[in-house]
Design a protein around this ligand. Structure first.
Ligand code: PLP
Ligand code: TYF
Length: 397
């Protein structure tokens, strides 16, 4: 029976890891997969995480199941991080948290929740978006459509986005990136979020906000502007939060599905459905990453340490953005690439063509996604002169 099953290509982004590891060029640079890198190109375990793990080894007394919603303390610490400690949504008990295997697991829960409970509702995704969004909603059987996000000059196309949002049928779901848009790095301003809210309200859309990079743009609170604006001004919303990047616990698979309903009763109804969705997928989420997050956020000292490490990471990335533009100055390309310093998060749409990306890989050992997306965290003061020279070579033909 298996002979009729075709072989399919693997994930293009994750495939870059293998290709990079195989490359013997001593000057090779990895600007591919979206993980944070320090000045030495490493992705170390955060100090606060190590301390929390040390404590957990000592204090953990059982590894029994934690339930389909995960550890109840996880929701208690993640909800205020995402929605704000003083959130009126929390005060009204309108938000439900379900611990999930990463942001991806939370997205799949959201997709299955929509497919099972909101039949006939389609989803609208930005073009471009994180490629896994497409697969996740297809796999759940949710029909997808797209709204534009960048124009032909490789800039944020907010007018195009808003114009399409205004045509979405009432009740459909619109997926918004909370901050650090993957893959473009273009985020909405506060004024633009305000306009999105107006359209969401007037078209009665259901916002699904993917919050994978809280703390990587402008700050933990600043990055939550759009999330909190929508949560506080609509009756119903879905948020998928990831702890992979901001706690650096990628492989521990730690995320959260947040369902916001119009009142507590309705929240308890949808919450019961989320538990079924989780149970049908994997029963209980992995516990360790959540336990680390709980330990850090519940302890003032660890929390402060974690925040300062996160600030360090964010400031390093934003500094590298400016350094990159500076490094292109000798080639007269600084103005052409000035927008890189304005983008936020780990990623930049550089505007490089697939052919230019191929040349960077083949001639210089510089790896990025063929869409022209670069992981800015892969830059370093050491490799920037080399990267700038290589980019100048391929851009100038
Ligand atoms: N959403 C976006 C936009 C992402 O870039 C990622 C990154 O991995 C995720 C969700 C999921 O993150 P994870 O499943 O690693 O928590
Ligand atoms: O876009 C990225 O690079 C990150 C990491 O299947 C990622 O979001 C990439 C692909 C994938 C899972 C995670």
């Amino acid at each position: 029976m298996f002979e009729q099953i075709a072989r399919v290509p693997g994930d293009a982004i994750l495939g870059l890891i293998e290709a990079f590891n195989k490359d013997t060029n001593p000057q090779k640079v990895d600007l591919g997969v979206g993980v944070y890198r320090d000045a030495n190109g490493n992705t170390p375990v955060m100090r606060a995480v190590k301390q929390a793990e040390d404590r957990l080894v000592e204090s953990e007394v059982t590894k029994t199941y934690i339930g389909s919603h995960g550890d109840p303390r996880f929701g208690k610490v993640v909800l205020p991080m995402v929605l704000g400690a003083e959130s009126p949504v929390l005060a009204a008990n309108r938000a439900s948290a379900t611990q999930a295997p990463g942001g991806t697991g939370a997205l799949r829960l959201a997709a299955d929740f929509i497919a099972s409970n909101l039949k006939g509702r389609d989803i609208w995704l930005s073009t471009p978006t994180w490629p896994n969004h497409l697969g996740i909603f297809d796999a759940a059987g949710v029909t997808r459509h797209s709204y534009p996000y960048v124009d032909e000059n490789n800039r944020l196309d907010f007018d195009g986005m808003l114009a399409t949002l205004k045509t979405i049928p009432e009740g459909d779901v619109v997926l918004l990136h909370a901050c650090c848009h993957n893959p473009t790095g273009f985020d909405l301003s506060r004024e633009q979020w305000d306009q999105v809210l107006e359209v969401v309200q007037s078209r009665k859309l259901l916002p699904l906000i993917d919050f994978a990079y809280q703390g990587f743009g402008d700050g933990l609170e600043e990055d939550a502007y759009g999330v909190r604006l929508l949560a506080e001004n609509v009756d119903e919303a879905i948020i998928t939060s990831s702890c992979s990047k901001n706690f650096g616990i990628y492989c521990e698979r730690t995320g959260c599905l947040i369902l916001i309903a119009k009142d507590e009763e309705s929240m308890l109804d949808v919450r019961s459905q989320a538990a079924i969705t989780a149970r049908e997928n994997y029963s209980n989420p992995p516990a360790h990453g959540g336990a680390v997050v709980i330990d850090i956020l519940e302890d003032d000292t660890l929390r402060a340490e974690w925040k300062s490490e996160l600030t360090e990471m964010r400031e390093r990335i934003n500094g590298l953005r400016r350094e990159f533009v500076e490094a292109l100055k000798p080639y007269g390309l600084d103005e052409q690439f000035a927008f890189i310093a304005e983008q936020r998060g780990m990623f930049s749409y550089t505007g490089l063509t697939p052919e230019q990306v191929d040349r960077l890989r083949d001639e210089f050992g510089i790896y990025m996604v063929r869409s022209g997306r670069a992981n800015v965290a892969g830059f370093s003061s050491e490799n920037l002169p080399y990267v700038a020279k290589a980019i100048a070579t391929v851009v100038k033909g």
